[in-house]
Design a protein around this ligand. Structure first.
Ligand code: SF4
Length: 263
């Protein structure tokens, strides 16, 4: 099937380029209940059989009290597919939701991270695969450049602080058009999270702007992803990467022409 070929090619490209998966790895896929992480799981299951290296795949879901539908159909689907799946009700997250229903994402994701490591450890996994897509990378890139003054997106590969886990995002080159179509084609039951319905205004605005531009420039996403892998630091404004004509560190007082910041 064409869609599957495209998916596997793009996931394979990410895994190869960033050395995400290695011989003997046990990869735990963090399933959020949405189309992206479920597509990621399916792709890794196919690659587990076809790749020239040996690795195993398992999956888990952290319950933080935000699912809008029962999770059981997902469990039944995974059981039919023979996928080892752990469903973990995270008690601290559930208490947090009860005590502070309007808590922010920073607190929620901190709780989730702790639970993710705990579950992955219990599963004997050394790799945790996350379902962030090309759309997420582009959105993060724009958001950071436009609102936080940094040129960065998401790490395609990184490690937990103590290096116990390798954290990978193999869908970096996969757009959500693909994950949507692929998840539909498999008939996997999706379990939406309450938060996915109340997307923040900045996020929504960026996604709308992107979708609007893409109507006239269909290769926009591809081009942005290429840009993230093709830096020209000498054409940016970070003095750490510029040849300032001497060997000294650039210090504020070194500027030949003072930078005027106001009148
Ligand atoms: S969007 Fe919702 S589930 Fe996601 S981190 Fe924020 S509060 Fe948590």
């Amino acid at each position: 099937m064409e869609l599957e070929k495209v998916l596997l090619r793009r996931v394979g490209e990410a895994i190869g380029r960033f050395k995400m998966i290695r011989d003997g790895d046990r990869v735990a896929v963090a399933l959020s209940g949405g189309k992206d992480s479920l597509t990621l799981l399916e792709a890794l299951l196919l690659l587990e059989k076809r790749a020239p290296i040996d690795f195993t795949v398992c999956a888990f879901t952290i319950e933080q009290g935000k699912f809008l539908r029962p999770i059981e159909p997902l469990g039944e689907y995974l059981e039919r597919r023979g996928v080892p799946w752990t469903y973990f009700r995270d008690a601290p997250s559930l208490t947090l939701l009860n005590d502070q229903p309007e808590h922010g994402c920073d607190l929620c994701s901190r709780y989730r991270r702790r639970a993710v490591y705990q579950v992955a450890r219990g599963l004997g996994a050394n790799v945790i695969a996350l379902g962030h897509t090309a759309d997420d990378f582009c959105e993060a890139f724009l958001r950071n450049a436009m609102f936080t003054g940094r040129l960065s997106a998401l790490p395609a590969i990184t490690h937990s602080r103590d290096k116990e886990f390798r954290l990978i995002r193999p869908l970096v080159f996969v757009s959500e058009d693909i994950t949507r179509a692929y998840a539909e084609s498999t008939g996997v039951p999706l379990t939406p999270c309450g938060c996915s319905q109340k997307t923040g205004t900045v996020r929504r605005a960026l996604r709308d702007m992107f979708a609007d531009l893409e109507k006239d420039h269909p290769y926009l996403q591809e081009s942005m992803l290429r840009a993230m892998g093709n830096l020209e630091p000498r054409r940016l404004l970070d003095p750490r990467y510029l040849d300032l004509g001497d060997n000294r560190e650039n210090r504020p007082g070194d500027t030949e022409f003072p930078i005027v910041t106001g009148s």
